[in-house]
Unconditional design. Structure first.
Length: 67
């Protein structure tokens, strides 16, 4: 499994974590830890998640942190 991150996605993640950290450094750490746990899960189970229109892309939520 190869994960790819776009520069805008990485910038968004940084901005989100910085925004959360302003009010709750521990909250930002928990969100980061959850995202990392999902990344690890994807590495272990590459077919996890919902298929998209692009067969090479799957979507997975980082519950409880989702929109």
């Amino acid at each position: 499994m190869k994960l790819r991150y776009t520069q805008p996605a990485l910038a968004d993640l940084d901005a989100i974590l910085e925004h959360i950290a302003i009010n709750s450094p521990q909250g930002a750490e928990r969100v980061y830890a959850r995202i990392q746990a999902v990344i690890d899960l994807v590495h272990s189970h590459p077919n996890i998640g919902v298929r998209t229109d692009d067969p090479s892309i799957r979507r997975i939520n980082t519950s409880p942190y989702r929109t």
